[in-house]
Design a protein around this ligand. Structure first.
Ligand code: G3I
Length: 361
């Protein structure tokens, strides 16, 4: 991040604001008088968490996490306290779980599942079929349809069986469509045709009939060509009794591109198909440096997307794509952007955190 005088001053202000917010949280006064009445004095009872507040609406509030961060005890404390749903950010992906063909390694995912269980948290498992983060053995050669079908089925069923009974849901297929609503030309699509999606859902269902099965993607928060493609596919899959339970809207938002104002309508149309929806990878990035104005706008967006989920009965919960700017994927992928999460790099809650609490209250 470029360190300009303005950037440094803004960061100092933000750090002070964050420190004050932390003190308020520690003192149990974070949520204002209404919250205090419920939460009591700090020494008597821990304050309510995002998970507690979400549960009052029959929803969950989750965070992604990743294995390297788990040695940071200040980080894992809030991860364990504040959320009731956890998504492994990388540990259950194909490159991690089947690094050599037919040789499975569930170490990374197991570590996160173990930690989550110790904190009575559920798992949104992520992800079985994705064009990205595939192992070299799979991408380095061509496959016949029969070969790839067998590889895919074995991967899905071995992994889903391993986690059977331990996960709430699976992102079975991730990011299957292009922005214009055409199928993404992945190795799976090109080799197997669009039927790979229904097959993947059926194989996953066979391996764990109780896990909720999702299709998951980004830029499908608003009504538009890409979410229309999901709507059409979901309708068709439901008509054919393919085991699909929900659509995951990743919700990687950016202040400079505008809020998806049709989010609620979009969630509602999937509900009407008899599907759950979830906001699965929420972050709201901004051009750095973060200013008070941008953080206030970001807070409004977090409030609005939380409201949208609460207003649609089958929107089952919200997951942030990690909870602190310290471990956000954004700065590495979008240079010059960041500050996307509800907690800052010092693990202090930001205005967005308080806005989520307001919406959940
Ligand atoms: O494992 C290597 C490590 O050995 C190496 O030293 C290090 C050096 O760069 O890289 C490590 O791999 C990184 C990997 O995360 C694990 O930390 C990759 O470089 C990095 O590109 C990868 O990024 C992940 C990204 O998916 C890949 O597309 C992010 O952490 C992860 O948060 C992100 O998650 C995705 C969701 O799965 C799907 N939706 C979009 C979302 C954000 O991109």
């Amino acid at each position: 991040m470029p360190s300009t005088a303005h950037g440094t001053a803004a960061r100092t202000r933000l750090t002070l604001a964050g420190a004050l917010a932390s003190l308020l949280v520690a003192a149990g006064v974070a949520g204002g008088p209404a919250a205090r009445a419920h939460e009591g004095p700090a020494h008597a009872k821990p304050r309510t968490t995002l998970a507690d507040l979400a549960q009052r609406h029959g929803r969950y509030f989750g965070s992604a996490t990743d294995n390297p961060e788990l040695t940071d005890t200040a980080y894992t404390k809030t991860l364990g306290d504040e959320f009731d749903m956890i998504t492994p950010g990388n540990g259950m992906k194909w490159y991690a779980t089947e690094p050599r063909q037919g040789v499975f390694d569930f170490t990374a995912g197991d570590e996160i599942v173990g930690l989550a269980r110790a904190h009575h948290q559920k798992i949104r498992a992520h992800t079985l079929v994705w064009h990205s983060q595939l192992p070299d053995w799979l991408t380095a050669r061509t496959w016949t349809a029969d070969e790839l079908r067998a590889v895919l089925k074995n991967h899905i069923q071995t992994e889903v069986r391993h986690y059977r009974g331990k996960v709430y849901s699976w992102d079975v297929v991730n990011e299957a469509f292009n922005e214009d609503g055409t199928y993404r030309e992945t190795v799976f699509y090109k080799t197997l045709g669009p039927g790979y999606i229904a097959d993947a859902l059926r194989w996953a269902h066979e391996a764990d009939p109780r896990a909720k099965l999702y299709l998951n993607d980004y830029n499908i928060e608003a009504v538009g060509p890409k979410s229309d493609a999901y709507y059409a596919l979901a309708k068709e899959l439901k008509a054919r009794h393919v085991p699909l339970d929900g659509i995951g809207l990743q919700a990687h938002l950016a202040l400079q591109y505008g809020y998806p104002t049709t989010l609620e309508d979009n969630l509602r149309r999937f509900s009407r198909l008899g599907l759950d929806t979830a906001l699965t990878e929420v972050d709201v990035r901004m051009l750095l440096p973060a200013t008070e104005e941008k953080l206030a706008q970001q807070a409004d967006w977090y409030r609005d997307l939380t409201d949208a989920c609460l207003d649609v009965r089958r929107c089952v919960g919200i997951t942030v794509w990690d909870y602190t700017d310290k471990y956000s994927w954004i700065p590495a992928f979008f240079p010059g952007e960041g500050a996307a999460l509800p907690w800052d790099e010092q693990l202090a809650p930001k205005p967005a955190y308080f806005a989520i609490r307001d919406a959940l209250r």
